[in-house]
Design a protein around this ligand. Structure first.
Ligand SMILES: C[S@@+](CC[C@H](N)C(=O)[O-])C[C@H]1O[C@@H](n2cnc3c(N)ncnc32)[C@H](O)[C@@H]1O
Length: 358
C-alpha cells in the first residue's frame, strides 16, 4: 500500500479496564489539552524542535514567561510526556520530533487550534446538548447563522482556524481517497460540501483528466475558489455556491463524494442526501463517503467517541461519528448496492465507503 501521511498509527485495542490513573486522566482531560494548546501557542514545541535541548531558564527567557508560569508549563508538558527531561534540560518527546520532521505536526497544530478556539467552549454545553438532542454549544459562537458553517463567515479569524484545520484533517487521510477513487479517467466528480476544496484538489491533482465540481454554501465559495486558483486547477475544478439541501444535485457526474459531510447531520438527513445523489447519478455511478467511522459494536475507537462531543454540541442539530453499519444502512435505504468498506488504519478513525447505483 502507498505510504500516506496518516502513518503515526494508533494501535486500536479493546477498551481497557478502568484504573485510578486512567480515571484521573479523564477527570483532568480538559487540563491536559490546555498544556498541549499552550505548548503550541507559546511556541514551546517549535522552539525545542529548533534547539534540541534547553534548560528551564533559557526556555523561560525565550518564551517571555515568569518563573512560576514556566514551572507550570514544564511540569505539565513533562508529566504528560510531551517533553522529556535530559541533563537538567528539556527536549521534545521522540514522537513530536518525528511528527515535526515529517510535517504531520503542522496538521496536529491546526487541529489543536481548532479544538482550542472553536470546539472547546461549545463542549461546555455537551450535557445540555444530550438532554435536548440538539447543538446547544452553538450559542458560544457569535453570529446569527443557523449553524456553525454559516456563523464562520461572521467570524473571520475562526473561519481561518476552521478551514486550516479542515484542510489538515482531510490531508491526514485523503491519500487513501486518492488511491481508492482515482483514476476516474475522463470522469466527473461532484464534491458535496467540499469546504476549501482540499479533497477536490487532491483528487484532480492525482488524476489529470478528472473534472470536479464543488458545492459549497455561498459564504464559503470564495475560500474554495481561492485554494483552487492557488493550486492551478481552475480549469478542472469549479465551485457552485448553493445549498445542497434546497436543490436537486446536478446531473452529469459519475461519482458523488461526501467528505466529512455525513457526520454533521441526522441519519434521516443523510439518507435524504444519499437519495438525491442516487437520483442524480447514472446507472453504474458511485457514491463515496469519506469521514471518521466508529465501530459497529459502539465501543470505539476512542478518537471517534471524543470527536462526537463536537458533533453533538456544535455544528448542527444532528450528527456524530456514526458507525460503518449506520452509513451502510443509509446507503441501502437510498438504493445503493455493492457497498465496500475501506478502513484507513491511522490514528484518526478515517474510513471510506464506496457504493454503486445498480
Ligand atoms: C466538515 S466540513 C467538510 C469540508 C470538506 N468536505 C472536507 O472534507 O475538508 C463541511 C462543509 O460542508 C459545508 N456545508 C454545510 N452545509 C451545507 C449545505 N447545506 N450545502 C453546501 N455545503 C454545506 C460547510 O460550509 C463546510 O465547508
Amino acid at each position: 500500500m502507498a505510504d500516506h501521511t496518516n502513518q503515526t498509527q494508533l494501535a486500536e485495542t479493546e477498551p481497557t479496564p478502568l484504573d485510578m490513573p486512567s480515571l484521573a486522566r479523564v477527570l483532568f482531560g480538559h487540563a491536559a489539552f490546555q498544556y498541549l494548546h499552550a505548548a503550541c501557542e507559546l511556541g514551546l514545541v517549535r522552539m525545542l524542535a529548533e534547539h534540541g535541548e534547553l534548560d528551564k531558564h533559557e526556555i523561560a527567557k525565550r518564551l517571555g514567561l515568569q518563573e512560576r508560569a514556566n514551572d507550570i508549563l514544564l511540569l505539565g508538558c513533562t508529566s504528560l510526556g510531551l517533553l522529556v527531561r535530559a541533563d537538567g534540560g528539556y527536549r521534545l518527546a521522540d514522537l513530536l520530533t518525528t511528527l515535526i520532521g515529517s510535517g504531520e505536526w503542522d496538521r496536529i497544530e491546526a487541529t489543536v487550534a481548532f479544538e482550542g478556539h472553536i470546539v472547546y467552549e461549545g463542549q461546555t454545553d455537551f450535557t445540555e446538548s444530550l438532554r435536548t438532542n440538539s447543538n446547544a454549544g452553538l450559542r458560544r459562537i457569535r453570529g446569527s447563522g443557523h449553524n456553525l458553517y454559516q456563523r464562520l463567515s461572521e467570524n473571520p479569524s475562526l473561519e481561518q482556524v476552521f478551514y486550516t484545520y479542515m484542510k489538515s484533517w482531510s490531508e491526514l487521510a485523503n491519500g487513501h481517497l486518492v488511491e481508492h477513487v482515482t483514476p476516474l479517467g475522463s470522469g466527473r466528480l461532484l464534491d458535496c460540501g467540499g469546504g476549501n476544496a482540499v479533497n477536490a484538489i487532491a483528487l484532480a491533482g492525482a488524476d489529470p483528466d478528472l473534472r470536479v465540481t464543488v458545492i459549497e454554501i455561498p459564504q464559503s465559495k470564495e475560500i474554495a475558489e481561492r485554494e483552487i486558483r492557488e493550486a492551478g486547477l481552475a480549469d478542472r475544478i469549479s465551485v457552485i455556491g448553493g445549498d445542497m439541501y434546497s436543490e436537486e444535485f446536478p446531473e452529469g457526474y459519475d461519482t458523488i463524494l461526501f467528505a466529512h459531510q455525513l457526520v454533521i447531520w441526522t441519519l434521516e438527513e443523510n439518507t435524504e442526501l444519499l437519495r438525491k445523489a442516487y437520483r442524480a447519478l447514472p446507472s453504474g455511478g458511485r457514491v463515496v463517503v469519506f469521514n471518521s467511522m466508529s465501530n459497529d459494536e459502539g465501543d470505539g475507537p476512542v478518537v471517534a467517541a471524543l470527536d462526537s462531543v463536537y458533533f453533538a454540541a456544535l455544528p448542527e442539530e444532528g450528527g456524530m461519528i456514526y458507525s460503518w453499519r449506520q452509513h451502510e444502512e443509509c446507503l441501502g435505504a437510498a438504493g445503493f448496492t455493492d457497498v465496500r468498506r475501506i478502513p484507513c488504519h491511522g490514528w484518526t478513525p478515517h474510513g471510506i465507503i464506496v457504493a454503486s447505483k445498480p
